[in-house]
Design a protein around this ligand. Sequence first.
Ligand code: KIV
Ligand code: NA
Length: 265
Amino acid sequence: RRRIRALDLQKAKREGRRWAMLTSYDQYTASLFERSGVEALLVGDSAANNVFGHDTTLPVTVDELIPLARAVTRATSRAIVIADLPFGSYEVSPEQAATTAIRFMKEAEVHAVKLEGGTRMADRVRAVVDAGIPVMAHVGFTPQSEHALGGYKVQGRGDAAQQLLDDAKAVVEAGAFAVVLEMVPAELAARVTAEVPVPTVGIGAGASCDAQVLVWQDMAGLRTGPVPRFVKRYANLDQVLGDAVRAYVSDVASGMFPESERDFS
Ligand code: KIV
Ligand code: NA
C-alpha cells in the first residue's frame, strides 16, 4: 500500500471518514503507530518538551528536529509524515518559511510541514505551498506564542470567535491542506469544520473535527503528573516500563540475570 498523501486526507473529509494523527519522534514509535492504523504522524516541535526536556516548544531548532523527522520517514511506508517548523524558522518572511520547509523536504524527506498562526502567517503558508510543499496550519492556542497569549488558554471564546474563524479561512485561502484547532470551544470548532473545505484536526476542540491529534507520550501515559483535560490516557506506560526496569534492576542485583542459557561458552 502506498504512502497516504495530503489529498487523501482531504478526500476522507469529503467522504465523512475521520482519521487520527499522533506525534512521533523516533523509529520504533513511528513504525508501531503506522502498523496500528495511525494515518498521520507529526514530528511536532513538542519534541522540545517530550524529547529534549524543555519547558516550552520555543528552544527546539531545525537542526534538532530534522534528524528526528528523518528517522520517522525512514521507519514508515504508509503514514503521511508532517514536520513542525519550529519557532524562529518561518516568522521572519515568506522566503524564510519556504527555505526552512525546503530543508525539511530535502533532509528529512517529510511529506508536509506544519506552522502556527492564522491571518498573520497566511503569506508564509502561501510561500511554502508555492514551493510545492503541503502545509498544515495550526490556529487557536499556538504554543510557540504562549508568552504573547499569556499561557495555556482556550482561544476563540466570545468576541474572539470571529477572529478564529477568519484565521482558519485565511490559511485555507492561502493553500493550507488542513488546519489544527488547538484548545478551541467545541461549538466553534464544529463551525470551523463545517465552513472550511479542508480537514480540521482537533486537540482540545471537540468531536466534530475531521481528525484528532494527541502527543503520544500523553495518550500512552508515559508523561506523569497533571495533563491537560483534552488528554485521554489510553495506557499507563510509566507503570509498564517502570515495572520492567525495576524487575531488571532487581535481577541484576540478585544475580538472576543473566541466566546461564544466555551465556556464550
Ligand atoms: O507539536 C505538537 O505536538 C503539536 C500538536 C499537539 C498539534 O503541534
Ligand atoms: Na507543534
